[in-house]
Write a protein that binds this ligand. Sequence first.
Ligand code: SF4
Length: 320
Amino acid sequence: MIRDILDNVLNGKELGLEEAKTLLDAKRDEVYFLMHAANAVRERFCGNKIDLCSLINAKSGLCSEDCKFCAQSSRYKTGCEVYPLVSVEEMVKAAKKAKRIGAANFCIVISGGGPTESEFKKIKKAIARINKEVGISVDCSLGNLAIGMVKQLKELGIARYNHNLETSKNFYKNICTTHSYENRLNMVRMLKDVGLNPCCGGIIGLGESIEDRADLAFSLKELDVKCVPVNILNARKGTPLGNIEPLPPMEIIKTIAVFRLVLPRSVIKIAGGRESALRDMQAMAFLAGANGMIIGGYLTTKGRSAAEDLRMIRDLGFTT
Ligand code: SF4
């Protein structure tokens, strides 16, 4: 069954939702066939180039939302660093560092449901300076924005705007109750209407089912998202998911492969949690269809060094 589905995909047939669920349920000896197909599809549609981005957590903690995986919600005692929006200078400095370590994109991320007017002004100043002084593509992840703000970011030449769906529509109520899935979908639709490229993915390992992972991939396909970050839960003490059992690495590899097959032309970006969740199997993600990653650390955790990541890419025979 799995071999038939993969043969059809390799012969150009689009993967269906039920087929994606079957693939996500592949047994250990079938996973290698799945990886092989995902790798071939990645090579056919995306080539061997790995998309690297780096980020700054420009405002940390103090968020009134209740996303159950997030250390930055003020509802949980997680000990995460808490600070207001950093200075323009610090954002410019971080952009320079992102460029130095080899990232093609630099993303300004802030905690919370959306920026205040004065925070937005400061971020715009930083973007203008980065455009002028650094020469790196700038992305933003600022939560919900009014359409006027989205248009201003587009005018500033923002490359991508990150706004994740997080999980499936069905499972979302278990993850967040302070804003709706529809709200997230609407924001992504608005970005597209304005002509801003959405970077939109999710987080796995929240207790969701295989069906939820397949549904998320198909929601992203429906939105025609070109950049799809796949985060893996790094359970943080103090959050409601603090004691959840981590996903086995092979489950993560299968998910990445299926995302590749559902979204053949998109950047499938391994994002937060890869080091702790995949451990020695990080390179396998790139042989299972991934073609992007975040380097230089995450929002509230440090990743491994960018030099190690770049070496892994070279060792795999890929370029950046
Ligand atoms: S994911 Fe974003 S909106 Fe949700 S609690 Fe964390 S910072 Fe707030």
